[in-house]
Design a binder for this molecule. Structure first.
Ligand SMILES: [Fe+2]
Length: 311
């Protein structure tokens, strides 16, 4: 099914502010809406970034800065970020903005700043349908105990704890972890284990539909291609990996579960052709998003805004 496309035929911010509720309601049902502002913004990165900065306000909400990042990202303009650094030759499989947070953002704006030479298409999947596609026993398992994100921070391996917590002070790390509902545990060698328990299924605040909303497959080590995965498992074991997801009882996600979760997105997955000057308004709970592999220097700007709990 094609996504709704809204033809923005006036100054973008005022036009959005006049129909903000209608646009957000449409995104809740269809997963996303394309705001087509090519006439105003195509080929003008400065104007695009300026509009993106101000759009959360036009929607009557506030920007939700990315936190607890699993990969580095660049702030392209105040309140506007690049997508997380993720190898261009790997698909970024279906995931959500900040679903590892206790207070995930409700919406995400995406816009093309620089196209790839080839590939790099955005795709979306319907999380209500993904939930229905899952085997009942898997759904029940994760409905009961949620899922765990487990990170082991070691020097010089991936994003450091100082970058994630924005401080080099271990006491401040513990304060922030308490606020963010993350359990932290220091090892004698100064490495840090951080574990977050999150629900796997979330009731959409607008539609009331149950949605499969988590990073279970995306951040699981089974998504890492071989032979890199084997090297990591050899070095650290599942419990010591720099980043992985676990079942709510702390046991590993099985290969069958991983495959079933990955497959659950496919029946509703659709590619979105995002053109310069168009802005994709994604309902972060109703839709999971991803991108295909690409070549070249693709740049996509993102603005997460609002919070699921308070939206
Ligand atoms: Fe994303």
């Amino acid at each position: 099914m094609a996504l709704p496309v809204a033809d923005v035929d006036a100054e973008v911010l005022g036009w959005v502010a006049d129909r903000a509720d209608e646009l957000l309601a449409s995104a809740a049902v269809d997963g996303a809406v394309v705001l087509d502002a090519r006439r105003q913004l195509a080929g003008d990165s400065a104007a695009l970034l300026s509009v993106l900065q101000q759009l959360p306000d036009a929607f009557g909400s506030a920007v939700a800065p990315p936190r607890e990042n699993f990969a580095s990202r660049i702030e392209l303009a105040p309140g506007v970020w690049s997508t997380p650094e993720w190898s261009g030759d790997r698909e970024m499989c279906a995931h959500h903005e900040g679903a590892q947070l206790a207070d995930p953002p409700a919406w995400l704006l995406m816009a093309l700043v620089r196209p790839a030479d080839s590939g790099g298409e955005v795709f979306l999947a319907d999380t209500r349908k993904a939930l229905q596609e899952l085997p009942i026993e898997l759904r029940d398992d994760f409905a009961a105990d949620g899922w765990l994100l487990q990170r082991n921070f070691r020097p010089h391996l991936g994003v450091g704890w100082d970058e994630v917590f924005g401080t080099k002070d271990p006491v401040r790390v513990e304060e922030l972890a308490g606020q963010w509902l993350v359990d932290v545990e220091w090892a004698r060698d100064g490495s840090l284990r951080a574990t977050s328990r999150r629900p796997a299924i979330v009731r959409h605040p607008g539609t009331g539909a149950d949605c499969w909303f988590n990073q279970l497959a995306f951040l699981n080590h089974l998504s890492i291609p071989e032979p890199e995965r084997a090297v990591l498992l050899d070095a650290f074991g599942v419990g010591g990996l720099p980043l992985t997801t676990l079942r709510g009882d702390g046991t590993a996600v099985s290969a069958d579960q991983y495959d079933a979760i990955s497959r659950s997105y496919l029946s509703s997955q659709q590619t979105v052709e995002l053109l310069s000057g168009q802005i994709l308004l994604v309902d972060n709970v109703a839709a999971a998003h991803g991108r295909t592999p690409f070549t070249g220097l693709r740049v996509v700007a993102e603005v997460p805004f609002g919070h699921v709990a308070s939206s």
